[in-house]
Design a binder for this molecule. Sequence first.
Ligand SMILES: NC(=O)c1ccc[n+]([C@@H]2O[C@H](COP(=O)([O-])OP(=O)(O)OC[C@H]3O[C@@H](n4cnc5c(N)ncnc54)[C@H](OP(=O)(O)O)[C@@H]3O)[C@@H](O)[C@H]2O)c1
Length: 261
Amino acid sequence: MEGFRHCAVITGASSGIGREFALQLSERDCFVIISGRNVQALEELRSEIGEDRCEIIPAELSNTRSCIDLYASAKKYDPDILINNAGFGLYGEFTETSLSKELEMIDVNIKAMHVLFKLYLKDFVKKDKGRILNVSSVAGFMPGPLMAAYYASKSYVLRLSQGIQTELVKSGSKVRVSVLCPGPVDTEFNKRAGIEGFFKGIGAFECVDYTIDKLFKGKGLIIPSLKIRLIALGAKLAPAVVAAEGSYYVQRGKKRLEEDV
Ligand SMILES: NC(=O)c1ccc[n+]([C@@H]2O[C@H](COP(=O)([O-])OP(=O)(O)OC[C@H]3O[C@@H](n4cnc5c(N)ncnc54)[C@H](OP(=O)(O)O)[C@@H]3O)[C@@H](O)[C@H]2O)c1
C-alpha cells in the first residue's frame, strides 16, 4: 500500500484482540484491512483509525468461499502482514454441546485460519517478505475437558504454525510465522463461549502491545504474561492426563451464562 510502511489484513477485527491489533498496527505506519461480520463495529473502528488508513472487507469465515473472497479482495493492497485472529470457544460436556456450533467453530478456528495462512504464505514466500501471526491460545498446549473441541482447535493452530516455522527457516526464507498463545484476555470471548471467566484476564491492549514488537522481530512463539508462560511450560512437561486434570479444574470453575448456551 503506497505511503505506508506495511499493509496488514486482520481477521476478527470487529472486537477484542483483533480490534486492538488494528488500532496499534495503524499507529505503526500500517494500512489496515479489517474483517469480521459485524459491519457496524468495523465502520466505527474505521472512523476511529481514519478512513484513509483503513479498509473494511466483511467476511463470514465459517464459509471457505468467503475466506478466498477476502484474500482476493485484499490483493490489490498488496498486504505483507496477516493477523489470523478470528475465532471463538464453546463450553460444555462433549455429549451436550451443539454439533453444528462445534462444526462452525472448527470451520472458523481451523479451516479459515488454515486457508488464509496458506494463501498469504504462498504470496509472502514468493516476495520473500512478510509476517503472519496465527492466534492460538495457552489452551493449545493441553487437553481441555469441558472445552475440549476449542482446546483441540487451538492445538491445531499451534502445531501447524510451528511446523511451518521450521519449513521457512530450512528453506532460507525471510518470511516469519508467529503464533500467539495468550491466557485469558478481557474481550467478548467468554460471553460468546457462554461462560463467565475463572481468572481475571489481561487487557487486549496489553496483549497486543506485548505481541507487536515480537511479531516484527519474527519471534516464533509469543506468550504474553509470565504466569501463562509458566502454565504453558508446566503443560509441556506434565503427562497429558495431569494437564487435563488442571484444565478440568479451571473449566469447572467457570459459570455458565444460561442465556448464551
Ligand atoms: N479472550 C481470550 O481469553 C483468549 C485467550 C486465548 C486466545 N484467544 C483467541 O483470540 C482470538 C480473538 O478472540 P477475542 O478474545 O478477541 O474474542 P472476541 O472479542 O469475541 O472477538 C472474536 C472475533 O472473531 C470474529 N469471528 C468470530 N466468528 C467469526 C466468523 N464466523 N466469521 C468471521 N469472523 C468471526 C468476531 O467477529 P464478528 O463478531 O464481527 O463476526 C470477532 O471480531 C480468538 O481466536 C480466540 O480463540 C482469546
